[in-house]
Structures are given as structure tokens and as C-alpha cells.
Write a protein that binds this ligand. Sequence first.
Ligand code: FAD
Ligand code: SIN
Length: 527
Amino acid sequence: METLITDFLVIGSGVAGLRAAVELARAGDVWVVTKDEVAESSTEYAQGGVAVALSDEDRVGIHFEDTIKAGDGLCREEAVRVLVEEGPERILELIRWGAEFDKKGTKLDFTLEAAHTRKRVLHAHGDSTGKEIERVLINRVKQFENIKRMPFSMGMELIVKNGKCCGAYVVHKKRLLRIVARATVLATGGGGQIFARTTNPSVATADGMAMALRAGAVLEDMEFIQFHPTVLYAPGAPQFLLSEAMRGEGGVLRNIYGERFMERYHPDQELAPRDVVSRAIISEMVKTKSTHVYLDLTHLDGAFLKRRFPRIYRTCLMYDLDITRDRIPVSPAAHYTMGGVKTDTMGRTSIKGLFAAGEVACTGVHGANRLASNSLLEGLVYGARAGRAAVEEALKETDLKDVLVAESIDSFGNIEEIADVRTRLRRVMWERVGIIRCNESLSIARKELERLRPITEKNYLTRQELELKNMINTAEVVTESAIQRRCSIGAHYRSDFKEKASCFYHTLVRYDDGRINISRELLKEDS
Ligand code: FAD
Ligand code: SIN
């Protein structure tokens, strides 16, 4: 098998992976391996913006409080403090590197999103914030000769030798490549694709979580999936996000009879936390026997809407929907994975030499529910931190020959009808492990996943097969964690256990002989 030896391996090229790569470049050679084009990532599609306490009316302490409140009691305070305190520095640095955030006159323009008590969300080109961040980071990475990019190459398994991660097996040009590195940063993003309805791009198949799990790492709080309330629901149209910033600018929700309903569910109405708005929408859909509700912006100035949301305006028009004149049919969809590979505030995982940052990681910064627009900031702050920690770790190694490993992946199987199985998996997760869960629905999902388990016991070489394996492994962890959490908190809502009192713990998951082992890390005494 071909072997490539480098100082640092980064898997994933969204905001977290690219920011980590920049940090690593000061200490050695970096390979950024990514399974599609470099820009293809959730980062590229991020719309609303990036939250940062930089406006005159804001303070990091207020950003801290809002994040903690949204996390519903499960945030790790130290992780949040790092995020809000280092966030301004990371954003100013990005501006120095060429990021053009929208301005009002000469000052940065901040918008409001749900559960923020201040206007603190910076945006670019109206609703293309992620694209701008990705552009700037790709340009930055290109300035370093020692950062090399390997697109269309898929991380398959991590290499762990004597308890230390020393790289990964990667499928590159249909062949297996062994990349040996002093330190590895996982930045593979989230797993929205395990649900039939999702805002996430097709690359978001939870690969990093599954790879880390199989390698022996601890995953945390995987039951917490954020469902975004307003995703386009129109025949033939993609599951396209309609940014929360549209409600921040005054958009309202109406049921199919044209009635506003959010005042019946929460005092903050359309700007209530996402889990509240998503459940309210589901409740209205059930009451009115409908597949959707409407996002209504028709009372707002049309010219302003076109200027403020140009990408959304253009996309909706392709499906004969004019946001300035028509109410837009929407329903919720899976959007963000709050849990992930457990890390400390330096991105260190439970495996030496393995670091994780961005959506694949769980620093505890989001708790049970992420505050809108905190994840791009998380990618910048924790990508840089994981990079710094990986540099320190690498300094301890003297001889790469010591970590060369002999294991190989040599048996490849084929599974039939990958697309069908993928569809089945996504449907059961959406229908049974979605916005509202109960023991009965979760048990049905568990049974279906048990049937799919044999698929995960083989090694594969194609992207579709590997993704399916990763999706099944991760779906099992999400489902088992949700079964065990017999209470409701943040984005995890159990119709059979609505109380919150016994919910103040983190769920820790690891593999024991290839089987899921779940334990709890308590925060405070159950009452
Ligand atoms: P990503 O940006 O998803 O990057 C992951 C990378 O890993 C990709 O390059 C992918 O190809 C690669 N990869 C995955 N698996 C493998 C593998 N096995 N081998 C090699 N490479 C692999 N957050 C905000 O803060 N503000 C917003 O306005 C916002 N809007 C959003 C809108 C949409 C439509 C979506 C989907 C998300 C939005 N989010 C937003 C969330 C945010 O975009 C993501 O959480 C964040 O960009 C994740 O960054 P990341 O670097 O961790 O992962
Ligand atoms: C949005 O624009 O609504 C997405 C923001 C986010 O997920 O943080």
C-alpha cells in the first residue's frame, strides 16, 4: 500500500479544517484531505452569519449569557467563555485576511437571530456568509507552500497504534493510501444526512464521528440534533434553508389558514429558540393536517428583501416563489449536530494525537441547543486551538519511523442497492428519531438499525459504501443516546418524558468490542 508521511493531517476543508491548517503550517508540512471539491462543505452554504460580540451595544459577557441560555443548562461554561472571548480576535483576523462583511455606512452591520438579546450576527453578501469565509480561508491556505490539498479523497479509518493516532487510511483515486502523521485533526463536519429532511450538503454524512468511534474515541451528547424551523417545502424544490435572519428582519410564520401562531407558543414568538419554533410548526401542521406552514415576508419592503437576501430570493424564484410577494411554504429539517467527538477546549480527543474541531467535535459549547450563528465562530476559534494543540503534540515526537504501522485494510465487499438502504435509513431516522421522540418510535428505529448493522461490519472502498457505513454507525449512536435520555431538554424532546429535572448530564458513548457502551457524566444532582 502506498504510504505518505507528513507532519500534520487535516481531514475536512470547511471553516474548522482550513483554520486549523493555517495554524499548523507554522510548524511543518500539512496535508488537507477532503472528500469532494475543497469548498464543498456546510460552511460554503452557511447563510445567516457569524455571531460575535463586536458591536457597540454588545459585550462578550452578554454573548456568553445568551449562549448558555440557549444551551438549556448543558453548556460547558469554560468552552463558551473561550468561544466568546477569542471570537472577536478570530473575526478581526479574518477581516485582515480579506473577509468582506456587510456594512451600514462605514460600520459593520449586525443582525438579530433567535435567542440573541443583541444584534450580533455579521453577514456577507447578504446571505452568503459561509461562502465568503470559505473563500478567504482557501486563499489564505494557498499562501502557504507547505499546505497541500488533496480533494476527492476520503478519510476511511484512523490509524491508531499503541493508543496513539498516527494518521489515517484514505481512499484516493480509487486506491487506498496510508497517510502517517505526527498529529491528525478531524474536521469532517456534521451528520445531517442521516435524516431524510436536512439542510446539510451531501458531504455531511457523519464520517468523522463514525471513524473516531471505531478508532476507540469517546463521542458525547449525540442525541442533540438541531432542527431548523424554516426549510423550503415545495414540490421539486431542494431542502433549501430560509435563514433565521429572515425572521430576524421581521418575517412571520402563518399556518395554512393564514393565521400567525407563534404567540401561542412562546413570548419571543418567531424568535423563540429553534427547538420551540420547530415543535410549534409540527404542532400546527398536525392541527391543520398539512405538510407545511408559511414564512411570510410580504409586508416587508421588497427592494430591501432582494438586497438583504439575494441568494434566497434567486433560489426561491427558480421554483416560482417570489419572497417579496408570496408566502413561502416551509417545514423543519435536521440542521446541526450538537454532539460529536468529545474534546477539551484545545480540541484534544480521548485518543493521543487525534484532535477534532468544528461540527464533528463536542467541546460542550452548544449544550443541548446551539445558539444561532455560533458554529462558524466555533470553527474559527476551535480550529485555531486544535491546530495549536496539535503543534505542541507533534513537538513531542522525534522519529516518525516509530509510528509507522503495519495494519492494512484488505478486504473489500460490495453491497447492493446502496441508495435504497440509504433512503430507508434516512426515512426511519426522520420519522422515528426526529423532532418529537418517544420510546415506541425510538425502538422501531433501533430494530431497523439492527437489521442494517451487518453492512457496517465490512470494509469498503467506494465513497457511497463508506458513507453508508458511517451513517449507520452514527445513526445507531444517536438513537441509543436518545433512548437512554428519558427526559426532555433543549433539542431533545421526548413526548413520553417531558420533564427536564433528570436531564442534567452528558451522554458519553464508546465502542466496547464493537458494541455501543453508554455512560453518563453528571452535571448536578438529579432532583
Ligand atoms: P464543514 O464546513 O461541513 O466541512 C466538513 C468538511 O469535511 C468538508 O470539506 C467535507 O467534504 C469534509 N469531509 C467530510 N467527511 C470526510 C471524509 N470522510 N474524508 C474527507 N473529507 C471529509 N452556522 C453559522 O454559524 N451561521 C450560519 O449562518 C449557518 N448557516 C448554515 C446554513 C446551512 C444550509 C447549513 C447546512 C449550516 C449552517 N450553519 C451555520 C452551520 C455551519 O455552517 C456548520 O456548522 C459549519 O460550517 C461546520 O464547519 P466544519 O468545518 O466543522 O464542517
Ligand atoms: C440561518 O441562517 O438560519 C442558519 C444560522 C445557523 O444555523 O446558525
